[in-house]
Structure formats: C-alpha cells, structure tokens
Design a protein around this ligand. Structure first.
Ligand SMILES: Nc1ncnc2c1ncn2[C@@H]1O[C@H](COP(=O)(O)OP(=O)(O)OP(=O)(O)O)[C@@H](O)[C@H]1O
Length: 780
C-alpha cells in the first residue's frame, strides 16, 4: 500500500491501490475509535440530529476535540489542525485522484477558517459550534454537497460563490438578518435557518429543488416569498405570524409547523392536497369552527392545537374529531376508533341511532308517569291497534294522500295529527294538519311521556302523541300518519305494528319542481329534502321488506290510485281483479291494463328488486297458548257460556267498500274519548277473570300492558301475541279445531293474508281494523 504525501487540501498525490485504513487512521489520529463514535453520536461526521427534516445541532451539544492540539488563541484554523479532522477518503469529483471528502471541526472556537480555501474537493463541511463570521472559503469548494455552519456568528447569508451541487445547508443559530436571492442554488434541497434574525422570507422563489425549509425562531411576521417552491416540509415555529396566507400554491407541502406564532384563524390552509401534518401549538385559535378550514385537506392526519384557547371550548376534542374525521392524531394523542364513533353518534347520528335514542327517551319519560293502559295495548283480540304510516321525503305528498285516504276510508282510518313546533303554513288548520305548539309545550309533552316518537326536522320538532293513536282507537279506527324515516325507525322500536307505505319520488326533477311550486321552502330546504331521498333507497336496499309497499308519487293521482288499491287489498275489501293481474305488490308488477297504473315500472331497480319471501316462522309457545285460549273461548261461546266472544272473533270481516258505507257511518255519534281509557295499576291485567291467561300469556300480557315494556318480549312473542292478525291467522286452525267451516261461521282467509306483500320480516299481515265501532243505543 502506497501513501506518499498528503498535500494541502487533503489530496493524496499517489494512487492508492490497496488497504486505505492507515490513511483514515492518519485523519483520525488522536481520536481513536471511541472518539469517532462519540463524534458520530453527537452529530459529528455529517450526521446531525434531524428536526423538521433539516439537519441541526443541539445547542446543548458539548463540543469535543478532534484535534491533537487546541487551535490558536485567535481561533485561526491551521493546516495541521484541518488535516487532523479530515475523513472519508474517496475519489475526488474529478475522478483523477483520491481526496478526503469530509471535514468536521465542531466546537473549537474557530474564527478564521480561510485555510480551507485550498480544500477544493470537500463534499461535506461541518463547522458547528465555532465563532466563524466569514465562510467565503466555501467559494473554493465547487463540489460541496453538505454544509453545516450552525452555531456560529455568521451574518452574511450565503456569503460565498454557489457550489453547484450544494444540497443541504445548516445555518441555524447564527446572526443572519436578511435573505438574498438563491436562484443560483438550484440543487439546494434542505435549508435550516432556525434561530437567526430574519424578518421576512425572500429569495427562495427559484429554489427549484428546495423541499425542506426551516425558519423556526426568527422574527417573521408574514408568510411570503415562497412562490412555487416544491416544499414538502416547512417550519415557521416561534415567529410572529398572525395570518396564514400565500401558501395555497405550495401544492407539495406535507408538513407545516406553525407552532408558537400568533395565529387566530386557519383560513388560508385550503387546497393543500398533500398536507398531512399541521402543528399549531401555542397559537391563538379560539373557535372550533376554525377547523372547518381544514376540512378539505384530504390527507390531513395529524393536528396539534395544544395551548390554544380553543381547547377550553366544551367538547373540544370530540368536536374537532368530528369535523376532521380523518385525523389519526390530535394534540399529540392518538385518535381512537371509539372516539370517532362517539363523535359521529353525537353530532351526526345515523338515522338508526337517532331513532333508538328517541325511543329510549320516550320510554324513560313514560316510566316516570303513572302507568296507563291504553286501548291500543290491551291484551285482548283487538290489540295492538293497527296503524298505517305513510313515509317518504318531505313534500312528496304524504300528507295530502293521508288526508284523502282517511276521507275515503273513513270507516277504517282516522288521520293522526302530529304535534309540531313549526308555525302553520297558509291554510293549515290547527288540530287538523298538525297540533301547532310552542317548543316549550312540546318539551313539556316529551317530559310527560306523551309522545311515542319525535324527530327534529329542519330545526322544528315533530311528534306523534299516543293520544293521536288512541283517539283513533276509541273510534274503532286505525290511525293513519305520515312521517320521515327517523320516525318510522323509532316507531319500529315500539310495540305497535303499523303497515309502512313508502311514497317515493322517482323523478327527482318533478319532485324538486313540486317543492318549488309550493313556494314554502328555501333552496336549502329543497336541497336538504332532495339529499334525503337516497336514505329511503338505502334502507329499502339494505333491509328488503322494511316498507310493506313502495308507491311512486310523481303523480299524486296515480299514487293515490295505487295507495287505495293497496289499502283495499290490505283491508280485504276487494277480491283479486279479474285475471288476477291487478295487484299492487312489490313482487307482482301491476299490469297497465286495469284502472291501476303500472306503479312498479317506474321504481328504480334498487327499490324494485325482488324480495325474498320468508316462510312463516314456527309458532312460539305464546302463540300456541293464544290459539288454545281462543279455542277455549270459542268452545265456551258455542256452548253458550260466553256468547259475545265468537261474535267478536268473526266481527272483523264486515267488509264493505268505503264508498258504500260513507253515508251510513259518517252520521254515527262519536264515542266519548275518555271512555275506553283505563288508568289502573299494571297488575290489573293479571287479575282479569274475563280472559284467564296461561302463564306464558300472562307474562306477555303484563309486558303488553305498559307501553314501556315493548321490548321485553322477543319478536316471536310479540308476533304470537301482539299481532291482532293472529285472530285471523288462527281462524283456519280454530275452525278446524271446532269444525266451524261448514257452519259458515268462519270466512275463508283472504288471499293477502298468506304473506305480507313486500315483507320478508313479517310474513303475516298486521291486523285489519274492524271498521268504525257502533255505539249501542241505550234501551229506552
Ligand atoms: N311525528 C313525526 N315524525 C316524523 N316525521 C314527521 C312527523 N310529523 C311530520 N313529519 C314529517 O316531517 C316533515 C316536515 O313536515 P312538514 O309538515 O313541514 O312538511 P310538508 O312540507 O308538509 O311535507 P309533506 O307534504 O310530506 O307532509 C314531513 O316529511 C313530515 O311527514
């Protein structure tokens, strides 16, 4: 191995053909392996600690000596000293000779490093923790790639001719106050200018390679001069910035450190599609709504708002997580899945959650009231009282159709007016369209357990009171109501078993026009209503059979025809149309031949998909017990022990078309509403001697006797006991048991009873209302 001489500038004037370790030993003489590793650990040897992606040396770093002899007292670096700190022998950039490529002299109180002018092959120069003021020697290092001159006394910003490959510069902890044009430094990638005295950012516009810039702890008050620099990381922490501006063009920015400034608003952070991390610790952000400016940053995952007044806002963390649902870290704390779920449930609950909460609330308020037994929950053959619910998006015509249906089928349905806190539209009548009440009264009603479900729609409250159902029940009618999807979901949690008909606007344009023509709704309200259409589609797609029928409502007249046809079939008022083709069921597309329009043809494919029909479930114990009870009652009736009961059992088939009964029934006196309402302790039902109950039944009945216990029973139990259709369903078996068929006492079950159209969840029809109750005239 040949080593002849080490010239000035650290260039070997010999060819090295073999082992070069002795040369390295020469460079590191006086240090030894321990000193080398110590140097590396402390950030020497070209590897400083990285902060914000830019190489910096910590102020606390204790300088060590790589020199065998201390430098001159005047701080002038000598040839000998410089040579002692050379390392990394390699081929020079020209490729002709070998040279040391790295020089590292940290913490030697150096003031004059002019000797380095001759070290022209250096690629890495590290002179941190000295007292250097002049770095003009770098002008002679055209191959320099990395320069660390942090912790010195340099005031001249890049006071040397630009080495064309200079990529990484650390001038942190110096005394620079003004930046200058760096367009000549086209290779510069990382620039650390922390802890200087810069007042403004200048001269960087043409740094076409600059990806990491750190200007922490300067005196910058405004963000500017960054042009289109392809920055990925920028740190401006510890400055005096008040507004975030001029950054929207930084399209490549991934990390933005703005901690410890004076920022109040986060506007200005828009359009930064790659921004993933924002540090705003120690600023003056005081309002939660400010984070809405970050809403459109698709990759934002880490946000730090520690030490901002906004942290004192109630529910601060949950609100921020809700507004920025993609966050994985907030205030240096991981955002958990649980937090994300609870924020969504808190601020934008899915309709199911809203409905479940609504149901729970009413249940709890009911429990605080004296227990009341309503007609609609009595555990006899008339329970639970049937209901019809028309649902669909606002202004789809449900209310109009409900009113018309109740007029035309007045012996079967009564319109159930809901309560609302909104003020009446022109022409609306209090008590007829709605009960218009104040917000305070509405809440009073909630607290007194009066509602069975409530929803907040468009800032107003709507609620269906128990009394609305009950007053219909007292007349022997089914309550017909209209409501939004949330109401339906809440109602489905109760003991009631309504039939749900979805009125669906298939023509969005026509639907929008109808809303506009009503002249009642703002643009926002129309948009909100339109945006809810998909909710109905989604529910129907995900839960086939959720709606018993789906009827397009683009043309209200056609919709009404379809609806009334459905109701006739539901009520068993009409036999199958001739040829059996005119049937409004989801599984059976109507033919256009009859008076009924082809109502299913227009339903979107999501809605009209064929429903799987489940076979009837096995009878539960409660059901069997109920059948036995009815058989027993029927036997008693036949043997004359209880004559009224058989009449009750078959009374539900006086099927007369509405038109035919209108004149006759509308003149009937109404029953006193208070008459049928029983206010008794829950135990009353168990004492009843009229219908002795089996043990299962009494359990079920006691559950039924309070509205609040609706969820106590399993679905099978409810199906077996609650469903008023049970009487009908049981008739064939009852008839068989008692051999009544031939006697003509039992009508054949209507065809519609075998499967509930459109439903795979409840193959048995809900109960059919028996028609308006006739009041027995007192004997004179
Ligand atoms: N108790 C209730 N529960 C759930 N939703 C309800 C209830 N009462 C009314 N709604 C629904 O609230 C929405 C707003 O009611 P509003 O009376 O203001 O609407 P509308 O313009 O008259 O609409 P529509 O013609 O569909 O009744 C309607 O979709 C209505 O059906």
């Amino acid at each position: 191995m040949c080593l002849e001489r080490l010239d000035r500038g650290g260039v070997h004037r010999c060819r090295v053909t073999a082992d070069v370790s002795p040369l390295l030993g020469n460079a590191q003489r006086g240090r030894g392996p321990a000193a080398v590793s110590e140097h590396r650990r402390r950030g020497g040897g070209g590897r400083g600690r990285r902060e914000h992606g830019v190489s910096v040396h910590l102020p606390a770093l204790t300088p060590f000596s790589c020199l065998s002899a201390p430098p001159d007292e005047d701080g002038k670096l000598t040839e000998e000293e410089a040579r002692a700190c050379l390392s990394n022998l390699g081929r020079s950039a020209r490729g002709l000779e070998y040279a040391y490529l790295c020089l590292s002299i940290p913490g030697q109180n150096l003031r004059d490093v002019s000797i380095l002018c001759s070290y022209i092959y250096l690629q890495k120069l590290e002179l941190p923790f000295n007292k250097i003021k002049d770095l003009s020697c770098v002008s002679h290092m055209p191959y320099l790639i990395t320069l660390d001159a942090s912790h010195n006394e340099i005031s001249d910003f890049f006071g040397f001719k630009p080495p064309k490959n200079l990529k990484e510069v650390n001038f942190s902890h110096n005394q620079m106050s003004a930046m200058k044009d760096l367009s000549a430094y086209s290779s510069l990638r990382r620039l650390n200018l922390d802890y200087n005295m810069f007042h403004e950012i200048q001269g960087l516009e043409n740094c076409v390679s600059l990806t990491h810039l750190s200007l922490a702890h300067n005196r910058i008050s405004s963000i500017e001069g960054l042009g289109n620099v392809p920055l990925k990381e920028i740190s401006l922490r510890g400055n005096q910035i008040q507004r975030i501006k001029n950054v929207s063009q930084l399209q490549t920015l991934q990390s933005f450190d703005l901690a410890f400034n004076k920022i109040q608003s986060l506007c200005g952070l828009k359009n930064l599609d790659l921004l993933g991390t924002i540090d705003l610790e120690g600023n003056q952000v005081s309002e939660i709504k400010e984070v809405s400016h970050l809403h459109d940053l698709p990759l934002l995952r880490t946000l730090n708002l520690k030490q901002n007044p906004v942290q004192d806002e109630p529910d601060y963390r949950l609100a921020i997580i809700f507004l920025l649902q993609r966050l994985t870290s907030l205030d240096q704390q991981e955002v958990t899945v649980e937090e994300k779920v609870s924020t969504v449930n808190k601020y934008d609950p899915p309709v199911e959650v809203t409905a479940a909460r609504d149901h729970m609330m009413h249940l709890v308020y009911q429990l605080t009231q004296p227990q009341v037994i309503f007609d609609s929950t009595l555990a006899d053959v008339d329970t639970p009282y049937p209901m019809l619910v028309l649902t669909g998006p606002q202004a789809c015509g449900k209310r109009e159709l409900a009113h018309k249906l109740c007029r035309d089928f007045c012996d079967f349905f009564a319109y159930g007016a809901c309560h609302t806190t909104r003020s009446p539209y022109f022409g609306e009548v209090d008590g007829c369209d709605y009960h218009f009440v104040s917000e305070e009264d509405f809440h009073d009603m909630i607290r007194s357990g009066k509602f069975i479900e409530t929803v907040r729609y468009d800032r107003h409250l709507y609620g269906l009171s128990r009394e609305a159902i009950e007053s219909a029940a007292r007349e022997g009618l089914a309550c017909c109501v209209h409501m939004e999807l949330e109401g339906v979901l809440s109602l489905r949690n109760t003991y009631l078993e309504p039939r749900y008909v979805l009125l669906f606007p298939t023509d969005r344009e026509a639907y929008m026009r109808r809303m506009q023509q009503r002249g009642l709704y703002s643009h926002a309200q129309i948009d909100a209503a339109m945006s809810r259409i998909h909710l109905y589609v989604q529910v129907h797609r995900e839960q086939p059979g959720f709606f018993d029928n789906v009827i397009p409502c683009d043309d209200l007249q056609e919709a009404y025809k379809a609806l009334s046809q459905v109701m006739r079939e539901y009520l068993g008022l009409e036999e199958l149309a001739e040829g059996g083709s005119v049937r409004a069921t989801p599984d059976n597309t109507c033919s256009a031949g009859g008076s009924l329009v082809n109502c299913w043809a227009k339903i979107p494919s999501e809605l009209s998909s064929k429903m799987p029909v489940r076979t009837a479930p096995q009878r539960s114990l409660v059901e069997i017990a109920s059948i036995q009870r009815r058989q027993q009652l029927a036997q008693e009736a036949l043997t004359g022990r209880s004559p009224g009961v058989i009449t009750q059992l078959i009374h539900r088939f006086p099927l007369i078309a509405p038109a035919a009964v209108d004149a006759h029934t509308s003149s009937l006196p109404l029953q006193d509403p208070s008459e049928n309402r029983c206010v008794r302790p829950i135990t009353w039902l168990q004492d009843t001697s009229l219908f002795p109950l089996s043990s299962q039944e009494s359990r079920a009945s006691s559950g039924l006797s309070t509205h609040s216990s609706a969820r106590v029973l399993s679905p099978e139990d409810l199906d077996g006991h609650l469903d008023m259709g049970e009487g009908i369903r049981d008739m064939p078996s009852l008839g068989e048991g008692l051999n009544l068929r031939g006697s003509g006492l039992v009508s054949p079950a209507p065809a519609t009873l075998t499967a509930r159209p459109g439903s795979d969840a409840k193959p048995i029809l809900p109960p059919i209302p028996s028609g308006r109750r006739t009041i027995e005239q007192p004997n004179p």
